[in-house]
Design a protein around this ligand. Structure first.
Ligand code: ACO
Length: 336
């Protein structure tokens, strides 16, 4: 295989979550549920909820400013913005374009990426390809969601699961042997109905009838998604590891999508990754879809967990259905 011209990796990272915290006890006042049910079935204790008027690009702006500062680059250094989200401010323009203006990233091209909870990993892979080929030098990848606006607050089977937040990473050139080592991406559109927002697209425009049936909100066959997730989460990491000739035992940190503690535990068991090497923050944030992985990554980095050279596995799954994983060698000095 031809040698890659450049190595790509994360040069800066940041996250932001809205101030308002909603506890399980508060939810139990809205729907027939309990703190005990939510904790034991999902691992979630609380989630952050965007304030009135706060949209996904507002959260992304804060996370992006932190990522740029961490990377030591200015907004004008950014060549491309990839915004992974399923909850954009509007259908058009893209969230990426709105962010490009808010950030002052005057030279940047910008587009949204739709791969639900796998979106951040998909975004990293696209950024990596551009950097490796020398097309761009700095790509800003965002995973951000305001799911609270797309959740049916009368449906206890979904409203207890989700939260709002944003994570951002500056992807650029890193020294040889560091940064992204391998990606594995996949999809199975035959499972699309298991997790969807039925209305608001070209298939089912929003009408009074549609609104009355709550079809503008997230619908999920929880059991089907659970079965799919348990199968695919460990499997995709194994595929990525194979591509870079590493064994599961090489993983220093597993950073999985935070949808359900039981799904994470099953992937960790399959890979033989001990609990102390698994990054988990679902208790405080719930499922933030595309934001889950970058927030977990940025929070761990800021807490001084990662050492330069650590092997980190990112793994996500979600609506589509989609999945994606990435093996990388951390190329930043630790924060501690
Ligand atoms: N509070 C109390 N009881 C509840 C609640 C609730 N919030 N929700 C459901 N129940 C009830 C059900 O009605 C059911 O009652 P029944 O037995 O009388 O019918 C019972 O609890 C068990 O429900 P199950 O659906 O079997 O519960 P399960 O253990 O499967 O957990 C859950 C449900 C948490 C949704 C689980 O299936 C899951 O995590 N699935 C995967 C979700 C996921 O990963 N989504 C990823 C989305 S990523 C993206 O792209 C956005």
């Amino acid at each position: 295989m031809q040698a890659k011209p450049y190595n790509a990796g994360i040069r800066g990272i940041g996250y932001y979550v809205p101030e308002r915290i909603m506890t399980n006890a508060e939810l139990a006042k809205l729907v027939d549920t309990s703190d005990e049910w939510i904790r034991t079935r999902t691992g979630i204790a609380e989630r952050h909820i965007a304030g009135e008027g706060e949209a996904v690009t507002d959260l992304a702006l804060r996370a992006s400013e932190r990522a740029l500062a961490d990377a030591g680059v200015s907004a004008e250094d950014i060549d491309l913005i990839i915004f992974a989200t399923l909850t954009p401010d509007r259908i058009i323009p893209s969230a990426a374009c709105t962010l490009q203006d808010a950030l002052g990233a005057k030279r940047a091209a910008a587009f949204d990426l739709s791969a639900a909870c796998s979106g951040f990993v998909y975004g990293l892979s696209v950024a990596s390809a551009f950097i490796q080929q020398g097309v761009y030098q700095n790509v800003l990848v965002i995973g951000a969601e305001v799911l609270s606006r797309f959740v049916d607050w009368e449906d206890r089977t979904t409203c207890v699961l989700f939260g709002d937040g944003a994570g951002a990473a500056v992807v650029g050139r890193v020294p040889e042997g560091e940064g992204f080592l391998a990606f594995d991406l996949g999809s199975d559109g035959s499972g699309g109905d298991a997790l969807d927002i039925p209305a608001g697209g070209s298939r089912l425009p929003v009408t009074g009838e549609v609104l009355a049936e709550h079809k503008q909100f997230i619908h999920m066959d929880g059991k089907a998604v659970f079965r799919f997730a348990v199968k695919v989460l460990g499997q995709t990491v194994e595929e990525s590891l194979k591509k870079c000739d590493l064994a599961p035992s090489a993983i220093d940190w597993l950073v999985p999508h935070q949808a359900n503690q039981r799904i994470i535990d099953s992937a960790a068991t399959r890979l033989g990754t001990p609990p102390e090497k698994v990054v988990i923050n679902i208790e405080r944030y719930g499922n933030m879809s595309a934001a889950s992985i970058p927030v977990a990554l940025a929070e761990s980095y800021e807490a001084g967990k990662f050492r330069r050279g650590d092997v980190i596995a990112l793994a996500g799954f979600g609506a589509g259905l989609t999945w994606g994983s990435c093996i990388m060698k951390w190329s930043k000095e630790d924060k501690s």
